[in-house]
Design a protein around this ligand. Structure first.
Ligand code: WQD
Length: 351
């Protein structure tokens, strides 16, 4: 079996991807310092997959510790890199934390991949690299506008670093640009596990609906859109996870003409915030309590994907609908209602 190293394997998308890789015949190992995740999701993956999965509790910002993983696993066929901080709002308040964490970890990882001649590398990028696009849906060729946050800048810079790395290394790379990941595994054994107060719309909806947080705010209904609220492209986390397995397969089939191909991972359906709320209420037969408030700084007005390239090249076809997202997210929220969450204190220090 081909061994894949998944960084951030204890996180939301990382855990779902570990499971999809295992279900598709890959051997997996994870590296995750658990700074933003506990072991809860990894335990859930082990339960569904009925096998133990090794996690190296290592901070990728520490080169020696990262290098030791590759020294111990010189048979790594591919790396999928999720580990990064991704809270847009926090990145605006603490830019250095984001540039240090997201870029130092990436460079350390690429140094090891270069030294050990790891043949395949898949990078977790984001639709934030498009900024506020002039035209939608966006294709992979849509020109990038200035990022709206330091988080988005780290993704733009990360893509540049990888393109330059790919130019001088035989490692075949792929950049996957996610739109808005949401939902949970249908088993409700794994899902989104926000470390703190949730930032993203769908966990805000489900935590508000279950009473974990107060009624939420819709950040603006005066945008130039069909109902005044922002437009997004919500993609189910299981569809997103499977795209990573297909990307690794694409690389192992020696495709990837440019050495660093880019793929949008979205459904191609633009959904407004108010439409997403209505979908939750409808499929879960549950009225939500929220108010309309001021716009949130940094929000993009409208963005959704042209997914043709991923469909054509990766044979990727999203299977889950917006209704499935809202059903599985709510089922997961109810499932974890009784569980407590313990996480290390957020006393970050530059190492
Ligand atoms: C979506 C819409 C909010 C919360 C970010 C990252 C992106 C990806 C997903 C990593 C916006 C509105 C939200 C609330 C609201 N991250 N909203 N009330 O900002 O589109 O994307 O997260 O992969 O890279 O940029 O996601 O869910 O925060 O917001 O009205 O309480 O929901 O204003 O219009 P976003 P989001």
């Amino acid at each position: 079996m081909k061994k894949i190293l998944v960084t951030g394997g204890c996180g939301y998308i990382g855990s779902h991807t570990l499971l999809d890789l295992v279900e598709n015949g890959y051997e997996v190992i994870s590296v995750d310092n658990n700074a933003r995740s506990g072991t809860r999701l990894l335990e859930g993956v082990e339960k569904i997959a009925n096998q133990k999965i090794k996690n190296y509790k290592v901070d990728l910002c520490d080169f020696d510790d990262t290098h030791a993983i590759f020294a111990e696993n010189d048979d790594i066929a591919g790396v999928i890199h999720f580990a990064a901080y991704k809270a847009v709002g926090e990145s605006v308040e603490k830019p250095l934390l984001y540039y240090h964490n997201n870029l130092t970890s990436l460079v350390n990882l690429l140094r090891c991949i270069e030294e050990y001649k790891v043949p395949y590398f898949v990078f977790s990028s984001s639709c934030t690299v498009y900024g506020n696009p002039d035209s939608i849906p966006v294709t992979e060729e849509t020109p990038q506008k200035p990022a709206e946050s330091p988080y988005g800048s780290t993704k733009q810079m990360g893509e540049t670093i990888i393109r330059e790395f790919a130019r001088v290394n035989p490692t075949q790379c792929i950049l996957l640009r996610y739109f808005n990941p949401a939902g949970a595994h249908p088993s409700a054994i794994i899902g989104e596990w926000p470390i703190d107060k949730p930032q993203n719309l769908v966990p805000v909806i489900t935590q508000s609906a279950i009473g974990k947080i107060p009624p939420f705010t819709v950040f603006g209904n005066d945008y130039p859109t069909r109902d005044g609220s922002c437009i997004r492209d919500f993609i189910h986390v299981c569809d997103l996870a499977h795209a990573h397995t297909l990307a690794m397969k694409y690389l192992m089939e020696q495709r990837n003409p440019s050495g660093c191909e880019i793929f949008n991972l979205g459904t191609g359906n633009g959904i407004s915030v108010l439409e997403a709320i209505a979908a939750f209420e409808q499929v879960n037969q549950r009225k939500l309590d929220y108010r309309i408030g001021e716009r949130r700084p940094g929000d993009v007005i409208a963005i959704y994907a042209n997914k043709d390239k991923a469909e054509r090249e990766l044979q990727w076809k999203p299977r889950y609908s917006l209704e499935d997202i809202m059903l599985t997210a709510w089922k997961w929220e109810q499932e974890i209602q009784q569980e407590t969450r313990t996480f290390p204190l957020k006393n970050f220090k530059f190492n």
